[in-house]
Write a protein that binds this ligand. Structure first.
Ligand SMILES: Nc1ncnc2c1ncn2[C@@H]1O[C@H](COP(=O)(O)OP(=O)(O)OP(=O)(O)O)[C@@H](O)[C@H]1O
Ligand SMILES: [Mg+2]
Length: 593
């Protein structure tokens, strides 16, 4: 165990604890008052055990009527104090704990949102979500319960031990030789129970993932008639959970009888030894019962203190996972003071650009084959339209993703208006670019807000105009709530083409000088596409545009057509030039007919 702790004390972790400590320390006043409350709780617990002695000796044995008045009043005072202090301590510690949670959640989200796309390709969304929801909770548990245990339970144990020794130190010495034997199994059982309950939680998480997948993919399950296969798989999972739950139940249900029995044995010993002292007149009845009460009251804080180690270990593991993400650097350096691009110079050049996705798995791949893009040379004048065509997986999406620096190129350079894009502040660069991505992505808000996402200060009139341009206005107004329809309420009712048109409206409203359309109209029928094309054609005027498309109607009017295959530019020119060449583009078009 010593080793375990040492592992957590290297330099990197020391920094992390320091920063965690700083977060906690911001609330030092609340912590200070919480500590006072804890001391009061501890003192009143000890006092309540102490009160048993005058109660028995003065009232019941000596029949002193003064005591009859004094002791109940004292009892009320003690329990009132304890109640108020317990409330205060719970409130204050939870306040600090929840504040810590909030601040970590915000920090995690702020950091994750700023991380480059490559990070999101690597990490599963579910894992990231669990960092922000679960791990943060574990840290709170550690902060509030560890601090509470350390102070309140520790003081309580000290107070009770004082009472025990004050009452009868000889009996106390004997008791402390015997009691650890009874306490040890408690600790051992606690560990076992915790291990099984962790197992249960993991099994439950797996069931959640399974349900999510099979329900959202129900279409696939049904068309491949995999219902019975999935039912079997689900039964296996519930079986696993059942077995784990039962193990946990056995451990839990055995633990309390065994603990009670051992505790009973310990108490029997105390009764035998203490009782013989009362009978021989060395001690009084009140002393003995006060002693016994204090011993029994020790059980709870001692149990909590022995759990402390586990809570702290779990908390430390969670902190490590959280900081692993908080400390991730945004891979793309952000020159905040860099030059901005002049609005009227939007020519884009690719100069000997090489690009490869950095994936941990294929680091030992053949270097030459691992390029996603190889030796790309391309120049596009302001206001020109470039169409990218080619086989699936050729690298079209990869190429346009480099312009807003979703990924950084490996070799070569890309310039906009003569500036290397790596010298332009990221926010300025991206403000110049509008994209309709290959998969339509909408957020669960109203259609109006989804379109407004492109430009937050857009008026309702602008939004409607953009929707008309994108040929979306007509189907939006059919919904009972029109533009105020929330996407989620529609469920799966939006067709692929309808989603695309909302995405187009969102891209249009941004009014950026560079426009990237990655198969933006692929889900539309030929008629609808023609109309959207017209709108887009108006829009492309004066803008530098990249269009990825398969249909001839979309690309025929482009100033330049680039054919990309296996990461390389194979052919380039106007439609007429490429057709005259009779190369791959020609074959593609002829086959399409
Ligand atoms: N995030 C990524 N990480 C690693 N490799 C990727 C990633 N995205 C794409 N690739 C790979 O890069 C190559 C080019 O993919 P890209 O998406 O650019 O093709 P595309 O021309 O847009 O194809 P499509 O017409 O099917 O959309 C593919 O071999 C693909 O597997
Ligand atoms: Mg693509």
């Amino acid at each position: 165990m010593k080793k375990n702790f040492l592992k957590y004390l290297d330099d990197k972790n020391r920094e992390r604890y320091k920063s965690l400590f700083q977060v906690i320390w911001q609330h030092w006043q609340k912590l200070f008052f919480a500590m006072i409350c804890m001391v009061v709780v501890a003192a009143s617990t000890a006092a309540s055990a102490y009160l048993v002695k005058p109660m028995l000796d003065d009232i019941f044995v000596n029949k002193d009527s003064n005591g009859l008045l004094f002791i109940p009043v004292a009892a009320i005072t003690v329990f009132l104090l304890k109640g108020v202090a317990t409330y205060g301590q719970n409130y204050l510690m939870s306040y600090v704990g929840e504040q810590v949670i909030k601040s970590f959640r915000n920090r995690l989200y702020e950091n994750i949102v700023n991380l480059p796309l490559a990070f999101f390709n690597k990490e599963k969304t579910g894992v990231l979500m669990s960092r922000i929801t679960n791990d943060v909770n574990i840290v709170k548990g550690m902060v509030s319960s560890a601090v509470t245990s350390l102070l309140r339970d520790f003081f309580t144990v000290i107070g009770l031990i004082c009472v025990i020794f004050y009452m009868d130190w000889k009996l106390a010495v004997w008791a402390f030789l015997v009691l650890p034997v009874a306490f040890y199994p408690i600790i051992a059982f606690g560990r076992r129970v915790r291990r099984f309950s962790t197992g249960c939680q993991e099994a439950m998480a797996e069931i959640n993932v399974f349900l999510h997948e099979t329900f959202s993919g129900i279409k696939v399950v049904k068309i491949f008639t995999m219902e019975s296969y999935e039912k079997e798989r689900f039964k296996e999972k519930t079986d696993t959970l059942f077995r784990l739950e039962m193990k946990s139940v056995v451990a839990k249900s055995l633990s309390s009888p065994i603990m009670e029995f051992l505790g009973g044995v310990g108490i029997a010993f105390i009764i035998w030894f203490g009782g013989s002292r009362v009978i021989s007149g060395v001690s009084t009845t009140g002393t003995f019962f006060s002693f016994l009460t204090a011993v029994m009251m020790l059980y709870d804080p001692v149990k909590k203190l022995t759990n402390l180690n586990n809570t702290v270990q779990e908390g430390i593991a969670a902190i490590t996972r959280i900081y692993d993400i908080i400390e991730q650097k945004p891979e793309i350096a952000r020159p905040e003071t860099g030059r901005t691009v002049e609005q009227n110079r939007m020519e884009i050049t690719f100069d000997k650009v090489f690009f490869r996705y950095i994936n941990d798995q294929d680091s030992n791949n053949d270097k030459d084959n691992s390029w996603a893009l190889r030796d790309i040379n391309l120049s596009v004048q302001t206001g020109e339209v470039v169409a990218l065509v080619g086989m699936s997986g050729g690298g079209k999406t990869s190429l346009v993703n480099l312009i807003p620096r979703f990924y950084d190129i490996t070799e070569g350079r890309i310039t906009i208006g003569g500036e290397d894009i790596r010298d332009i502040p990221l926010s300025s660069l991206r403000s110049k670019i509008s994209i309709v991505t290959q998969e339509p992505i909408l957020f669960n808000e109203s259609i109006r807000d989804n379109i407004r996402y492109g430009r937050l200060d857009a008026s309702d009139h602008d939004i409607e105009e953009a929707a008309r341009f994108a040929y979306a206005h007509d189907f939006i107004t059919v919904f009972p709530k029109g533009y105020d329809t929330v996407i989620g309420e529609l469920g799966n009712r939006l067709s692929g083409g309808e989603k695309q048109r909302i995405c187009i409206a969102r891209a249009l409203i941004k009014d950026a000088p560079i426009l990237i359309l990655d198969e933006a109209t692929s889900a539309l029928d030929v008629e609808a596409e023609k109309i959207v094309q017209k709108a887009l054609a108006n829009l492309m005027k004066g803008r530098t545009t990249f269009v990825i498309a398969h249909r001839l109607s979309t690309i025929a009017h482009a100033n330049k057509i680039i054919l990309i295959n296996k990461g390389e530019i194979v052919e380039s020119g106007t439609h007429a030039e490429l057709m005259a060449m009779g190369g791959e583009y020609f074959k593609m078009q002829v086959m399409n007919k």
